[in-house]
Design a protein around this ligand. Structure first.
Ligand code: ADP
Ligand code: MG
Ligand code: ZN
Length: 474
C-alpha cells in the first residue's frame, strides 16, 4: 500500500520588542539569570499584567503579511498547567478568540507554487528556562525569558512532505525577518517549530491519528524528524498496529523520534478568559495604518525580480530569501545593469565566501559598488572571468578596489593578438607530437593546447582570442 503524509506545523516566533508582553522588563538575550524579572513576570500575588502595544502591532503585521482576517475583538486566556519554569501556574495565551485567523501563504517547490493555509495566529507569553546540572541531581531556573512575547502561527494540515514543511518554515521565517519582528534564529530558540504528522492510504480522505514532534532546532532536523516519523507510522500500520496520539521527541544523534508523553487535550488545560486583561479591541484605522507600513514581502519581490530583471525563478527565490540579499542584488544591478551576470556572481562567489566566513550579507566584505566595478572590468575585457574570481577573493580579503588588485598583481588580460600569437607559437613548437596527433584527427587535443597557452600566460590571455588564434595556426 502507498501512503500519503499529512503535516501541520505550529511555529512559535519570539517578537523583537524591547520589553516583555505584560511588564516593562527587558527582553535582552544572554543577561545573567533572573536579572530581567519583576513581580509581574514572576507571578507574585496581587500584580496585574499590562499589554505591550508593540506586541499587538507586530502580530498584526504578521497577520496582514499572511493574509489573515484580524479580529476586531480578541481575548487573552489562561492555559493552566504546572511546570517549574512557569511561576504563575498558567500561561497567558489566546484560545477561543485569537487575534488572527484564516490566512495563507504560497510556498515554492521546484518552481511550483503551493498554497498553505494558516489556521490562526495568536499572542502568548514565553516560559522561563530550566538549566539542568549535569553533575548533580539539581536543576536551576532562569526567569529572564518568562513573559517574553511570542506569536504562535498554526498551519492547516495542508503540508504533504518533509520538503514542503521545510519550504513553508523557510518562507515563514523570511516573512518574519522582512517585517523585522523576529530574528528567526532557530538555534537560539527565537523561532521554534512543533510538527504534527499522520499518514493515510493514498487516495483516501480522512486523516489518520497524528503525533506531535518536538525538539527540532534546525530546518534539517524538522525535515529529518518528519521523514523518520512518516516511515515509522507506515511501518507500524503495515504491521497491523495503530498510531497512538502522543508527543514525541526528536533525537538528532540517533536520528529517531521517541515517545515523550501522551498527547494532552485542550480541556486538560482548563482554559478560561483571563480576568486580569480586558478584551482586546482593534479598530480598522490601526490595521490600515499598519498595513501602509508593510514592506514589499518575499513573494511579491520574487515575482518582481522575475518580471523586471528577467532572472530565472530559482535565482529570484534565492535572492529574495532575505531582504538584505535582495537589496544587495538590486544595488549591484543599479551599477551594472546585467541582472543575470550579477545574480551568478552574488549566488556563486559572494554567497560561497560569506558562508565560508560565517557572515551575513549585511557583513559582506565586498560592497555592491565594488562588485559592480569588478563586473565592469570583465565586461570591458580588462580581465577574464576566471581571473576575476581570483580578484574577487582578494577584494574580499583585503577590501581593496579591483583596479588596485589588478594593477598590483599584474593581472590585466592579454588582448594583444601579436603577444598571443607568440605564446601559441611557443606551445606548438614545444608539443610537436600532440600537433601531429591533432592533425591526424585527435581533435580533442584542442583543449589541451588552450590549456597550455593559458598556463603559459598565467591565465591572463583572453580565452576567446586564444581559441581563434589556435584554430587558425593549427
Ligand atoms: P494542539 O495544540 O492540540 O497541538 P493546535 O490546533 O495548536 O492543537 O495544532 C494542531 C496542528 O496539528 C495544526 O497545525 C493542524 O494543522 C495539525 N493537525 C491536525 N490534525 C492533524 C492530522 N490528523 N495530521 C497531521 N496534522 C494535523
Ligand atoms: Mg500542538
Ligand atoms: Zn517583568
Amino acid at each position: 500500500m502507498t501512503y500519503e503524509a499529512i503535516i501541520g506545523l505550529e511555529v512559535h516566533a519570539q517578537l523583537l520588542t524591547r520589553t516583555k508582553i505584560f511588564c516593562g522588563c527587558s527582553t535582552e538575550f544572554g543577561a545573567p539569570p533572573n536579572t530581567h524579572t519583576c513581580p509581574v513576570c514572576l507571578g507574585m500575588p496581587g500584580v496585574l499584567p499590562v499589554l505591550n502595544r508593540k506586541v499587538v502591532e507586530y502580530t498584526i503585521r504578521m497577520a496582514l503579511a499572511t493574509n489573515c482576517t484580524i479580529a476586531s475583538e480578541s481575548r487573552f486566556a489562561r492555559k493552566n498547567y504546572f511546570y517549574p519554569d512557569l511561576p504563575k501556574g498558567y500561561q497567558i495565551s489566546q484560545y477561543e478568540l485569537p487575534i488572527a485567523e484564516h490566512g495563507y501563504i504560497h510556498i515554492q517547490l521546484n518552481g511550483h507554487p503551493r498554497r498553505i493555509g494558516i489556521t490562526r495566529i495568536h499572542m502568548e507569553e514565553d516560559a522561563g528556562k530550566l538549566i539542568h546540572d549535569p553533575h548533580r541531581p539539581v536543576s536551576a531556573v532562569d526567569f529572564n525569558r518568562t513573559g517574553v512575547p511570542l506569536i504562535e502561527i498554526v498551519s492547516e494540515p495542508d503540508i504533504r512532505t518533509p520538503e514542503e514543511a521545510g519550504a513553508y518554515l523557510r518562507h515563514l521565517r523570511a516573512i518574519l525577518r522582512y517585517l523585522e519582528i523576529c530574528d528567526g534564529n532557530m538555534e537560539e530558540g527565537s523561532f521554534r517549530c512543533d510538527a504534527n504528522v499522520s499518514v493515510r492510504p493514498a487516495g483516501t480522505n480522512t486523516f489518520g491519528t497524528r503525533t506531535e514532534l518536538k525538539n527540532m532546532n534546525s530546518f534539517k532536523h524538522v525535515e529529518n524528524a518528519l521523514a523518520y516519523e512518516i516511515r515509522r507510522q507506515e511501518a507500524l500500520i503495515e504491521d497491523g498496529g495503530e498510531v497512538v496520539q502522543e508527543t514525541r521527541l526528536w533525537d538528532p544523534d540517533e536520528g529517531v523520534t521517541v515517545s515523550m508523553r501522551g498527547k494532552e487535550e485542550a480541556h486538560d488545560y482548563r482554559y478560561f478568559p483571563d480576568p486580569d486583561l480586558l478584551p482586546l479591541v482593534i479598530d480598522e484605522e490601526l490595521v490600515e495604518q499598519i498595513r501602509s507600513t508593510l514592506p514589499e514581502l518575499p513573494e511579491a519581490k520574487r515575482a518582481r525580480f522575475i518580471e523586471t530583471y528577467g532572472i530565472p525563478p530559482y535565482d529570484a527565490q534565492l535572492l529574495t530569501s532575505s531582504r538584505a540579499l535582495g537589496d544587495y542584488f538590486e544595488a549591484c544591478v543599479k551599477h551594472f545593469p546585467e541582472p543575470k551576470t550579477v545574480s551568478n556572481w552574488v549566488m556563486g562567489s559572494l554567497l560561497a565566501r560569506l558562508k565560508a566566513e560565517n557572515k551575513t550579507i549585511e557583513q559582506s566584505p565586498v560592497s555592491p559598488e565594488r562588485m559592480a566595478e569588478l563586473l565592469r572590468l570583465i565586461d570591458s575585457g580588462v580581465i577574464s572571468g576566471k581571473i576575476a574570481k581570483t580578484v574577487f577573493e582578494e577584494m574580499a580579503s583585503s577590501g581593496n578596489a579591483p583596479e588596485t588588485i589588478i594593477r598590483e598583481k599584474g593581472l590585466v588580460q592579454i588582448t594583444d593578438p601579436d603577444a598571443i600569437v607568440e605564446v601559441v607559437k611557443q606551445v606548438l613548437t614545444e608539443y610537436t607530437k600532440e600537433v601531429s596527433d591533432y592533425k591526424a584527427g585527435k581533435t580533442k587535443l584542442f583543449r589541451f593546447f588552450v590549456g597550455q597557452v593559458m598556463k603559459a600566460t598565467r591565465g591572463k590571455a583572453n580565452p576567446k582570442m586564444v581559441n581563434e588564434i589556435l584554430r587558425k595556426m593549427l
